[in-house]
Design a protein around this ligand. Structure first.
Ligand code: ARG
Length: 462
């Protein structure tokens, strides 16, 4: 294992320092992206006449061989290397000899690390968007299959008004729609650049892409067509900017927060107290002591992992806040939180998709909850409003009626008409009034909602 530096040192690096400063055990995830960057860099070196065509081709063949060995299950990185950039440089030297040393001409890991991480993020964001799309389709299927069901809606976790289950589930789809937009916006703003050098730029021709096309073939030339590799606008900013990592972890934290809220709703719905749904046994776990238990651990873990995401976000924000320009080694610590955030959200999206596909609604139990007269109190107010009473007065009258029903332990439906008229409002006609305790009537009377339920945005984004 040779290092990318060392000439000015006469002493060997302390073993503890080597171990402490390494990142290869996590940044090996960037291998593929670093190789693409190296190939483009070879093209740039050729174009600027730092490499002959022949040498450039030999380097490209060597890099291609390393890329071909990159199967994630087989790729063997050298754990003794400081980082993946060093490892790939060494692997290339092993393949093409001293010529490999020329790859690192006019190049710095400070730039490589940004290039590779941004590229990695472009692909990972797309994967997350696809997984969001799949979860959304599963939620929508569940909503469609049960679209006739009405459930109590809550504010303050107290019965509020009846709502369609479909609307309830679509509230989560709306959240995931915003998540997809947010990620799309971040991905579009992720400019892939080269040429920052260590901080001050390099003497190479910055026309990446176009000018080097003649020498680059295969996957990397396809990538060059698809993604524009731009010259850096400001090299100091490029090597010291980690805004994109913070934005991505923030966006993933919001996804995780949404999934956590969904999980919390589902956890509540599985309880004896609610009993709205039944989870499939394949997605539940038991207790080592209490034989009756069927616990929603998956949902609890989704809720629990949200803390990890927030922790990751705060760790990168805190790591960045006091750094002077430009690159500082602290920045190496951005990767574990980033990778970990992608990994958690990706697993959550997949496991929730499986779990949600198996949910069964307990219509009888839900219908029982809809018997609660308080759910229709607002409809009773609207009834009086339609009869000409002001909303404020009607609100007071119905409030007093509810209090009367509670204090006398009598259902509103059973209060005799003469009492309704005498004590509350002479506008009440009991026959009409009693028809208002109807969930379907209640939800269908709400005309203000567009229900613009369109899944098109979840089609794979380019
Ligand atoms: N592994 C390092 C990182 O991820 C590479 C950059 C090292 N650069 C340096 N100047 N020591 O940040």
């Amino acid at each position: 294992m040779s290092k990318l530096w060392g000439g000015r040192f006469s002493k060997k690096t302390d073993k503890l320092v080597e171990e402490f400063s390494k990142s290869i055990h996590y940044d090996n995830k960037l291998a593929e992206y670093d190789i693409w960057g190296s190939m483009i860099h070879v093209g740039a070196l050729f174009k600027s006449r730092y490499l002959t065509r022949d040498d450039a081709n030999k380097l490209l063949v060597g890099l291609k061989e390393i890329a071909d060995e990159l199967d994630p299950n087989k790729f063997i990185y050298d754990p003794n290397c400081e980082d993946i950039h060093t490892d790939i440089q060494n692997k290339l030297q092993n393949k093409v000899g001293d010529l490999g040393l020329k790859l690192h001409t006019a190049r710095s890991r400070n730039d490589q690390v940004v290039f590779a991480t941004k590229f990695y993020c472009k692909f990972k964001i797309k994967e997350i968007q696809e997984a969001i799309g799949e979860l959304v389709h599963t939620i929508n299927t569940l909503a469609e299959e049960n679209k006739g069901i009405i459930i109590p809606g809550f504010t303050h976790l107290q019965h509020a008004q009846p709502v369609y289950l479909k609307d309830y589930l679509w509230a989560y789809i709306e959240m995931l729609k915003r998540d997809t937009h947010r990620l799309q916006y971040i991905a579009e703003n992720l400019k892939i650049t080269m040429g920052a050098g260590a901080l001050a730029g390099t003497p190479l021709d910055p026309n990446y892409g176009q000018g080097i096309k003649e020498i680059l073939t295969g996957k990397v030339s396809e990538l060059l067509q698809k993604f524009k590799i731009e010259a850096v606008s400001n090299s100091l900013d490029t090597v010291s900017d980690r805004d994109f990592i913070i934005e991505i972890i923030a966006a993933l934290s919001i996804v995780a927060m949404h999934l956590s809220r969904l999980s919390e709703d589902l956890i509540l719905w599985t309880t004896k107290e609610f009993d709205f749904i039944e989870l499939d046994e394949a997605f539940c776990t038991g207790s080592s002591l209490m034989p009756q238990k069927k616990n929603p651990d998956v949902l609890e873990l989704v809720r629990g992992y949200t803390g990890r995401l927030y922790g990751n976000l705060v760790s990168v924000l805190t790591m960045m806040k006091g750094l002077p320009l430009t690159y500082n080694r602290d920045m190496q610590l951005d990767k574990e939180p980033l990778f970990n955030s992608f990994e958690i959200v990706s697993k959550e999206l997949k496991v929730l998709k499986g779990l949600i596909a198996t949910i069964k609604f307990n219509e009888k139990k839900i219908a029982g909850h809809l018997e609660d007269e308080s759910l229709y109190a607002t409809d009773l107010v609207y009834y009086l409003v339609q009869k000409g009473v002001s909303f404020k007065q009607a609100h007071t009258i119905i409030g007093e009626l509810i209090s009367y029903s509670l204090n006398n332990d009598i259902k509103i439906k059973d209060v005799p008409e003469d009492i309704l008229k005498e004590k509350f409002s002479d506008k009440i006609i009991k026959k009409e009034f009693n028809q208002l305790f109807n969930a379907k009537k209640s939800v269908d009377s709400k005309l203000s909602v567009k229900r613009d339920y369109d899944l098109n945005i979840f089609k794979t984004q380019e």
